[in-house]
Each structure stands twice: as C-alpha cells, then as structure tokens.
Design a protein around this ligand. Sequence first.
Ligand code: BDP
Length: 695
Amino acid sequence: MGRGVVNRLMALAAALAVAALPLTARAEDGYRLWLRYAPLEGKELARLESFNPRLASVVRDGMEPSQRVAAGELQVGLNSLLGVTSRKVGQNPGDVVLACDQPRLGDGSFTIKAEHHAIRIAGPGQLSCLYGVFALLRELSLGADPNTIDLAEHPAMPLRMLDHWDDPNGYVLRGYSGRSIFDWWKLPEHLDQRLIDYARADASIGINGAVVNSVNASPLFLTDRYIPKLKRVADAWRPYGIRLYISVRFSAPKEIGGLPTADPLDPAVQAWWKARADALYAAIPDFGGFLVKANSEGEPGPQDYHRSHAEGANALARAVGDRGVVIWRAFVYSAEDKTDRAMQAYNEFVPLDGKFDRNVILQVKNGPIDFQPREPFHPLFGAMPHTRLMFEGQITKEYLGQATHLVYLAPLWKEALDWRTGPDGTVAQVIAPAGMAGVANTGSDRDWSGSHFNQANWYTFGRLAWDPSLSSERIAREWAAQTFSRDPAFLAKVVPMMIASRQAVVDYMTPLGLAHQMATGHHYGPGPWVCDLQRPEWNPCYYARADKDGIGFDRTAKGSNALSQYAPSVAARWSDPRATDPDYLLWFHHVPWDFPMPSGKPLWNELIARYDRGVATVDAMAQTWASLQAYVDPERFQDTADYLRIQGQEARWWRDASIAYWQSVNHLPLPAGVRPPEHTLPYYKSLSFPEAPGQ
Ligand code: BDP
C-alpha cells in the first residue's frame, strides 16, 4: 500500500472519529480563520506526499521562542495539509530547514528556496523563519509545488499595526463582533488563549504591532496597576513578533498624576511622562510606544495650553526616547472652525512639517473626512516631506454596513495607496518609512470579525501592509482559498464577487462622490435629511449640500478650495466637473440636477441608476453565493447567505430612503421605468435604532 493510500486511510479514520463528536464540535464556526490548512487533494497532495517532508527543525528545547513557534506551526500545517494527525516519514524525506540562527527578531525578511530535495527558509532573524513558515504554508495551501518554491520577501514598511478601539471594561467602540478580546479584569493572572490565537493570526499576515486600547483613551492604562497586565500580554506576544502599544490620554498627568496641569512644556509634566515611560520599559523592554488622539472630538490636547501639536507630540516623544515611537493622529477638526472639514487637518499640520522629533509619526486616515465608502486620498500624503506619515484605515466597517454587509476592503485601500500624490510618488511610497495601522475588527465572536467575510479585511490589511503592491484579486484569492475552498471553480466566482462588493456599497449608500449620509450616532442606515445636529459637520446635509438647484460640495476655488491642497497634477484631474471621474464628482463639485454625465444621462437619472446598480450587485452577490453551496460547509454557507439577505434588504432601504429624500428637495419626477421608493419619506425618517451595536 502506497503512503498516499495510508494517509488517506488515516484521514478517513480521523474524519470518522470527528463525525462521532457532537455536532457543535464539528461545526465550522470561523474561529480558525484563514489558518485551516485544509487537506490537499489530487495532484497537489501527490506532490507534497512525494516531497515527503521531514522537519529538519522540529520543536526542541533551547530553541528561540519564535523559532519554536515557527517549527510548531510548520508541523501542524504540514500534517494538516497532508491530511494526517501524526505521521512517520518514509525513506528519502525532503527536509524543511529553518535557517534563522540569529537570536534577534530582525525585520522578518525571508527567502524560501527548494534545493536538492530540501526547502530552506532563511533570513536575518527569528521573525524570518516565522514569516517564512506562514508564507510556505500559504503557498502549499494554494497548491504550489514544493519542489520549485522560490520566494524572497521583505516588508514594505516597518510598522504594520492594528489599533484596537477597546475600553478597559470590554466595550469596543465601533466594534461589531462582540466584546473586546482583552479581559483586563482577569489579567495578569489569566491570559485567554484567544490572545495567543490572535497573535498567531497576526503573525501569519505580517502584522507586528497592536495598540491595545481605544484612541479615546482611558488613563487607566498608564497606572501602575495596569503594568503587570500589559506585561503579561506583551510577553505572550513577543514570540509572534507583536509589539504592544497603548493609546494615552493627554490629560493623564492631571487625572492620575496629581499635577495641576498637562501643559507639555511644564517640566513636572515632562518628568511625569518620562517616569511613566520608564516604568513601562522596565516591565516591557520592547514596548512599542504611545498612540495619541489630541484636540479632536473633545479629547484633551496641547492646544488646551496654547501649545502646538508638535510641542505636544515632542514632549511625549522625549519621554519615550529612542526606545519607541509616538504616533500622533492627524484626525482633528474643530468645533469653532468654519473651514471645510476636509481641509482642517492639512491646515493644522502642514505648517508643522519638520517640527516633529524623529520618533514621532503622524497617523493620517486614508481620506480627509472619516472612513467613508469612497473618499479621495488625504491631501496630507505628499504634503509633509519632512515628517514620517503613517496610513490609518478602518477594518471595522463603521460606515460600510458594519457586521452584516459583505464589503471587501482591498479595493478601497488600494485606491488610496496607489494614488500618485504628485509627480514624485504614490501614497504607498510616502508611508514606506513608517507604516500602516488598521482599526481592528476583532472581538469575542467565535468568527472573530462579526462575519466570515469580514475576516478577509483583517487578512487584507496585513497583506497590504507587508506588500502594498499585491493586487486586490490576488489577496482575495489567497484568502478565499485558505478560508473556504481552493477549488478553481469556487474561486472563479467568489473572487469577482468580493471585488464587486466595494463599488456596490458606494453605489447603494453614497454614489457619485457623496459622503457621510449615515444616520446619527451609530452610522447605520441612511440619514441624508439630518441637518439639526449641534456641529455643522456632523450633519449629512453639510456634505451633500442638496437644494432644488443641485447637489454636491463645491471644493473648487469658487467654493472651499480644498482642491488647492493637492498637488497641481492631482487637482487638475478633479477641477473641471465635466472631466472629473463620476465617482468623485459630488465630492468636489456642486452641480445642477440636470448636469450631463459621461453616460449621457442627466445627473438625477445617473444618481438613481447608481443606487439601482448597487442593489443589483448585491442581488447578484446573493445569487453567486447561492451557487457556491457545494463548496462551503453548511454553517458558514448559511451565515453568509443570511447576511447577504440583510444586505439586500438594506441596500434597498438605502436606495429608497435616499431617493425619497432627494425628491423632496428637487421635486423632480422619477425617470420613466424607475421603481418608486417603497415607503414615504416620513416613514424613513421615523425609523430609529437605539440598540444598534457599536455606538
Ligand atoms: C470616527 C468614529 C469615532 C472615532 C473617530 C476617531 O465615529 O467614534 O472616535 O472616528 O477616529 O469614525 O477618533
């Protein structure tokens, strides 16, 4: 009997043993993410079997911790791909050699090369072998031939981080996947296994840092009581190459330090920050540093003391010194300032270019407003050549249908990363010396991310931070093959479905460059009529500026002139409404309802056509998914089918409520053949969802 047959018999025995377990133990609940290493079949299995892998480095005493993790992962992954739970290696085994002998972690660059019936993973430090193992297992999962594997990779940027917006009590701001994964109350004595599984998942996609608490920061994280808790987590994450960071509250010297002020130029305040940093570094020698949201949305900051953002950031940066970084957020807008909100961060920070200390990084959201379905790239990218800028994206889909809408975010982030900021380069090039941070979508739900397809966005974020030149298609294919099925017929349908999902959400929520039309507070569902909130820029009407004559925000020289914040070569693409890509039209221009669109339709007809296109795409996604039942386990198939139903209903809700509202403003009839909204405008206005999650 050949080994393949033996393996298959063993796999069958294992499957039968599993079948005897109660149903709940068997269900695919999504917990394993993309790390399922589903057994290979057919020619892929035969190839790996004939390679007959033996681990030249099995887990053994005295190994560096990361090497031990890498070797363990390799063992688990290979066995699983081969469909066996334990196996004896036959004659002429192929070696998988982990050749990362330096004890330091290194930057994770690796090479993987097949030579003389061996696969050698090598690189300048421990992380090379860890990342190399995950890359090898990914390749094998995708069906690569072990005999010809040849990879050489290095990270495109040093910081590849997740920002958790989690509070100490377990609440997750804009979290749609349960409670926080951090149980600070039980730490340091109890460390949940989920925190290890989380670090493993992060490491598998190259993520190397995590900010463990919300940007609207509790000062608790700076207290002595929290240091052992933070230390326990940092120690557990170290072998996975994840450095721990915390968000800090700028006024903490007053709140927990007993000082009368938090003025960053006050020597006692500076000494307080230094002492806090010293205490953290004494416990956690590789502590990453501080993330700060200051003078934004009511958070305290240096401007409370008439100091600049640079003075505030530098005070903290000096406390940290060369041990870590201070990541300062550029997401600021003021309650008093009447300037177009899209312009305020640029106005605030560009004059400070060159004034930040070397270990300060400015973290800039992908667009100038706030994580919308579509925005142009943030004008700060390319405008601060003497400051390290980091990209901030939102993995949790606050403004994109939250847990239940299937929206694959790679096209959104790629759009921002690939923009040329001027003649000199792309956004991806601007951020290369710093990195990318994603607002995490992880929570206590079994599936981690609120839905199975939301896992793709976590996966994508890591992959893009590692290599922003990867295409959206490539990442979708990798993820779907590892998460669901590597069958080409499945991938041929699911990948285009994922790619189409981003334009779909733009079309049914905020087509043609509209933004921020979401309902108040929870940002769930449509609220284009809202115009009575305290601050003008909190109102959807502020962004759409719709009246009987037209719609859109004039950001040309005749309007706010936000266009002038972009390099001339960029601004030129958006300055003439007739030449502007329709996807950005109403972001930059206020145009009449009968404005002629490139499609030949007047704007009003085009707007409706876009809403309809969005709804139709979601319907098509549901049909595609229904046709894929044979490839997916029943649990995850049904969850996704249910959510697509919700998305279909809500895409219609968005379309109908929006059209009903625009009609109340422009008094135009619906074009011939267009389905009227199902309900009246007062009905849509009356809907209320006080219990919507993530508020
Ligand atoms: C917005 C969220 C708000 C956050 C803010 C931020 O609605 O809850 O605090 O971003 O980035 O999108 O600080």
